[in-house]
Design a binder for this molecule. Structure first.
Ligand code: GRF
Length: 218
């Protein structure tokens, strides 16, 4: 028997490209990211490739050295550094985020590797209009180190999830998931790399779904 490590052998549900392409006015996105920004890049590329009818109004990032800022600059997208360490509490930080998103006239917010817990201040300003991508098949392995949690649990399949954000961490309505098999010699790094391949496929699709579904108009 040979083990097939082909990372494309992933189940995605709902299946890809089943939504109708929305060709009205582009949705205005605000993206929040803390790290390398590969998901930010995937969304920007899907827009450039006309697979997603949206425009990124602004990137908000919270770490001065985050590589995502360079990715935004390379694409001519405004990037605003809001450093949570400069705010007295989570609410004050979220108030500043909301002000910034509103100043950029954002319709839909995407947390793409945003490593901060959000408060009711943020959720109330964008009800049912905040999406998050998480590197596990929720509701399994919520919170930090989801890839390591899956390895430690010994599950044979994990994956990634795009969901609506609610107050409870990693718990809102699930929009789209991709499954990723765990291989016998996987490390957190190798597994995360294969999960990210799937993240980059489903995040633009899930944004498209969200912009068309009535759930964002609730
Ligand atoms: C992704 O794995 C995402 O699921 C998690 O943070 C990571 C961000 O990666 N929430 P990147 O910065 O988009 O490369």
């Amino acid at each position: 028997m040979t083990l097939c490590p082909d990372s494309t052998l992933s189940l995605v549900s709902p299946s890809m490209n089943t939504h109708q392409f929305y060709d009205g006015k582009p949705w205005k996105l605000g993206i929040l990211a803390s790290g390398s920004g590969s998901n930010f890049e995937a969304v920007a590329q899907a827009i450039a490739d006309k697979q997603l009818n949206a425009q990124i109004q602004v990137l908000i990032y919270n770490n001065p050295t985050a590589k995502v800022a360079t990715k935004a600059a390379n694409r001519g997208i405004d990037a605003v550094l809001l450093n949570h360490r400069e705010y007295n509490n989570r609410q004050a930080f979220d108030r500043k985020i909301v002000q910034t998103l509103q100043a950029y006239d954002v319709d839909l917010v995407v947390l793409a590797g945003w490593m901060r817990v959000v408060t009711s201040v943020f959720i109330a300003a964008f009800p049912n209009r905040i999406l998050n991508i998480h590197p596990s098949l929720l509701p399994s392995f919520k919170g930090l180190h989801a890839v390591e949690q899956a390895l430690q649990a010994g599950v044979k399949i994990t994956g990634c999830t795009v969901h609506l954000v609610c107050l409870e961490v990693d718990s809102g309505l699930i929009l789209m998931q991709a499954a990723v098999p765990i291989l016998p010699d996987d490390t957190a790094e190798t597994l995360h790399a294969r999960i990210q391949v799937q993240e980059h496929r489903i995040l633009p699709q899930a944004i498209a779904l969200a912009t068309q579904a009535s759930l964002t108009t609730v």
